[in-house]
Ligand binder design. Structure first.
Ligand SMILES: C[S@@+](CC[C@H](N)C(=O)[O-])C[C@H]1O[C@@H](n2cnc3c(N)ncnc32)[C@H](O)[C@@H]1O
Length: 280
């Protein structure tokens, strides 16, 4: 029998296979807004030349690429993700190298014969339905003095880029998020994130919060880009709305963005990011 979690995973893989090229172009390569975290995450782990590092849910390889520079020729980096199209992009974007490997692997089920000096996981922990299993897996793959580095988005109130739309959309489309989807906000506070990591037995856990403001341009640009970059199944739900409902929805979103709209008409959103470091 297929479980809800395996159905969610299938759906999620399909979504990431579809959106990976757009995600890469719009976010991963832009180093803007929340993607300022890539440097912070890697620097907080003090990666040294020669280190072995695993990047879990590596996506199109933005963290992996920086890790590879840090470990140099004597180190080794593995990027693991469930999306084959993200991996394809990551491979193309990164120079081919003997000590860089991208593999198709689930965070909850991978196993490598080597142990790592550090493991990173950027913007993905909340996607794992059994995040405890994934974290145990990470702990088992670390050396005894190994380090873990995790970044997640902060509480929805402090990430209005998502919330301005989400809050409105869910009033029009109650099943916007399909049943069986894990709660993406469940690690949005320092305490929630810390508690989750503590349960697995990591030590020296530290969580820092950052604000990486992001400007999506004017409201019209924000709305247009949202529609352009979302995944197909979500877009299909929006397209099913009546014309009048779409207008009402758009007006509601516009209203939500007002507190962040400057006099010149551009929006500037705050964007909270939590970066956690811990030791084995
Ligand atoms: C928001 S992207 C982050 C990618 C990358 N870490 C970055 O910073 O750009 C989330 C990634 O998590 C991956 N993902 C989701 N569930 C996964 C799982 N169970 N195991 C491995 N990767 C997963 C997706 O395929 C996607 O590439």
């Amino acid at each position: 029998m297929r479980t809800k979690s395996s159905e969610y995973k299938k759906r999620n893989i399909k979504i990431w296979n579809e959106v990976a090229p757009r995600y890469h172009k719009r976010w991963a390569t832009a180093s803007k807004g929340p993607f300022q975290s890539t440097k912070k995450l890697v620097s907080s782990l003090e990666i040294r030349k020669g280190d072995y590092v695993l990047d879990v849910a590596s996506g199109t390889g933005v963290v992996t690429k920086l890790l590879k520079q840090k470990v140099g020729k004597t180190g080794y980096v593995i990027g693991a993700d469930t999306s084959t199209s993200a991996i394809k992009i990551a491979k193309k974007w990164n120079e081919k190298s003997q000590n860089l490997l991208f593999v198709n692997a689930d965070a909850e089920n991978f196993s490598f014969k080597e142990k790592f000096d550090a493991i990173t996981c950027q913007y993905a922990l909340f996607f794992f339905p059994n995040s405890q299993k994934a974290l145990k897996n990470m702990k088992n793959s670390l050396k005894k003095d190994g380090k873990l580095g995790i970044s997640v988005h902060g509480h929805p109130d402090r990430v209005p880029y998502f919330d301005c739309i989400f809050e409105a959309v869910t009033q029009f489309i109650p099943n916007y998020v399909p049943p069986g989807t894990p709660d993406f906000d469940r690690f949005g506070t320092k305490k929630q994130l810390k508690d989750e990591i503590k349960k697995v037995g990591f030590s020296k856990i530290e969580v820092n919060d950052y604000d990486f403001p992001y400007s999506p341009g004017t409201f019209e640009q924000y709305w247009k880009n949202y529609l352009r970059y979302i995944a197909k199944p979500v877009k299909e739900k929006l397209d099913k709305l009546e014309k009048s409902q779409r207008k009402e929805l758009k007006d509601m979103v516009r209203e939500n963005t007002k507190p962040y709209t400057k006099r010149d008409g551009t929006i500037k959103f705050p964007w909270e990011v939590l970066i956690l470091t811990a030791k084995y």
